[in-house]
Design a binder for this molecule. Structure first.
Ligand SMILES: [Zn+2]
Length: 179
């Protein structure tokens, strides 16, 4: 016996979320169907509100209600230092574990030759542009400690060195893992 059509549609959509396989999609869908109406409405509202109000900061590409984001518009931060992370979630994690007062840059992913993700698929050009226009003297590369993060860190270090041959720029690698 097949699942009723409305549930089938729901499972198909939930299955598209990252890390959610067919079994998990089915479990989540049936769980939502058992939830009280007020919780379902709060879930729908929170998704809609976050989707409608979050925008990408034009300077660092962090997600925020404001553009520029609070970090980029905070004059007390060190505006000559940039920490490069893969995702907005990484930015939040780094800001919590480190006593860091500089700015950030969100790459939007990591290089992955096996998945055909190259420098054009993440914000490498935008990072270089940012470094050139922002009078940056220190760059901390804080990509993930997995193989994609390592490849990305090595690539970024090389490309920054090439683009900044005549500039004095401090380049650091931060090794960390998000739990
Ligand atoms: Zn920003």
């Amino acid at each position: 016996m097949n699942r009723p059509q409305p549930i089938e549609k729901m499972v198909e959509i939930v299955k598209k979320l990252p890390g959610v396989g067919p079994k998990m999609a089915e479990r989540l869908s049936y769980h939502i169907l058992k939830m009280p109406w007020d919780e379902v409405n709060r879930l729908i509202d929170s998704i809609q509100k976050a989707r409608q109000t979050m925008k990408s900061c034009g300077i660092c590409y962090n997600l925020s209600e404001h553009d520029p984001c609070p970090a980029c518009s905070d004059s007390t931060r060190e505006h000559d230092t940039v920490c490069v992370v893969e995702t907005p979630q990484d930015l939040i994690a780094v800001s919590k574990v480190k006593d860091y007062k500089g700015l950030y840059f969100v790459l939007g992913g990591a290089l992955s030759p096996l998945d055909a993700v190259g420098p054009c698929d993440i914000r490498v050009d935008k990072l270089i542009k940012r470094l050139k226009s922002g009078n940056i003297s220190e760059v901390i590369i804080a990509t993930d400690a997995d193989s994609k993060g390592e490849i990305t860190a090595v690539y970024l270090a090389e490309i920054i060195k090439i683009k900044y041959q005549s500039h004095k720029i401090g380049l650091w690698f931060a090794r960390w893992r998000r739990y």
